[in-house]
Design a protein around this ligand. Structure first.
Ligand code: NAG
Ligand code: NAG
Length: 364
């Protein structure tokens, strides 16, 4: 009752399987022997749509991203995301009358008023608000009511939804060889309002200590020779550059580092630990102040490198394999990469998300 010997039904099934196998073999033989015909005509008709240039078809369908405030009034032509970063999967606008259609709204933190009166009150269900902040936590003002108002974050931090990436890139044949710049100065530092602000900070007292042992060329940020691309030729003429961040935070590695690195000098960095820098740039491309136990070790090391060209040139070997694009010097483009990347993200991702506790994540 419980078990039964192989029944007729089972034998029947096996027969069917065998037959099916035989048919399959025959079918494929037949398929192989068929002559090759051109694709059937309906296929040609189907591809008619793609004859239109993709840009024409989809421009109106691209997700719209609204820039609510121009960060620090730095305004660049919105169509430049394509020209500069090859980003073309979204449409940017700064026209607030398009608010109700925008899939993403980029809101610059430091422009938000304390009573939130200058940001929208309501938002369409599909819309995502993007918190833009390129400042470090030390310079980020706490505004009440933002705790869980945003859906996405765009900051310098690697763990943001949209991380503003800069990184050395693998060198391609088309990049051309690296030209080692002529050196005329040893250690340089550009003084600007940020350095002045940090006068009295740890990095500033480190600088004064350093300057006792080694000559530092202090350059004035607003001097004529440092304007535009002139910056790169002046900085390239320095063997070392003091890339001191105004405050120390994970991933807070700013243009104070990237610009001199791209110019062709060796940055001496003050900021997060060495291993954090090494996430973005080769470990042999810079010198970290914490590589030395005290302030006297560093100037001695720099002096030795200054008189030993072979040892100094080791800091440029990475250029054989990598390259770093010079950041745009035009002030208007300060936030271009940030805004373009936010736009790109909205074009690629549709997921629902709420930033639970903005300040807990960013400030603590
Ligand atoms: C730093 O501050 C001191 C005293 O406040 C001042 O004398 C000095 O000129 C400042 N240094 C720079 C580079 O501004
Ligand atoms: C965006 O965040 C807000 C506020 O937390 C939330 O109400 C809304 O549903 C979120 N929208 C999307 C599309 O993620």
């Amino acid at each position: 009752m419980v078990t039964s010997p192989p029944s007729n039904a089972l034998r029947g099934t096996m027969l069917l399987v065998l037959l099916a196998g035989a048919f399959t073999v025959m079918y494929f033989k037949l398929l192989l022997s068929l002559p090759c015909y051109p694709s059937p005509p309906h296929r040609v008709r189907q591809s008619k749509h793609s004859l239109l240039r993709p840009a024409e078809v989809s421009e109106a369908n691209k997700p719209l991203v609204l820039v609510w405030f121009w960060p620090d009034d730095k305004q660049f032509p919105l169509s430049d995301c394509r020209r500069l970063f090859n980003i073309d999967n979204c449409r940017l606008t700064d026209d607030r009358s398009e608010y109700s259609k925008a899939r993403g709204v980029v809101i610059h933190h430091s422009a938000i008023s304390g009573d939130l009166s200058n940001i929208p009150k309501t938002r369409p269900r599909f819309q995502r608000w993007i918190w833009l902040n390129m400042d470090s936590p030390s310079r980020t003002r706490r505004v009440e009511g933002l705790k869980s108002l945003f859906n996405l974050t765009v900051t310098y931090r690697k763990d943001s939804d949209i991380h503003v990436r800069w990184k050395v890139a693998v060198r391609r044949a088309t990049d051309g060889p690296f030209q080692f710049p002529l050196k005329k100065r040893t250690v340089c530092w550009v003084l600007d309002s940020e350095n002045l602000e940090s006068n009295g900070s740890k990095s500033y007292s480190f600088f004064t200590e350093l300057a006792k042992h080694i000559e530092v060329d202090l350059l004035n940020k607003s001097s004529e020779e440092l304007q535009g691309d002139g910056y790169f030729s002046v900085i390239a003429s320095c063997k070392f550059y003091l890339s001191f961040e105004n405050s120390v935070h994970t991933d807070y590695i700013t243009e104070t580092f990237t610009r001199p690195l791209a110019a062709g000098t060796v940055p001496v960095v003050w900021g997060p630990p060495r291993r954090n820098y090494e996430k973005f740039a080769p470990g042999t491309s810079f010198i970290h102040v914490k590589d030395f136990p005290d302030a006297a070790g560093l100037p001695k090391f720099l002096q030795n490198l200054d008189s030993d060209l072979e040892a100094y040139m080791k800091y440029f070997e990475w250029w054989k394999f990598y390259t770093l694009r010079r950041p745009l010097t035009d002030e208007r483009y300060t936030y271009a990469r940030t805004i373009c990347q936010a736009c790109r993200y909205v074009g690629l991702n549709k997921n629902y998300r709420v930033v639970k506790d903005l300040y807990k994540w960013f400030l603590e």
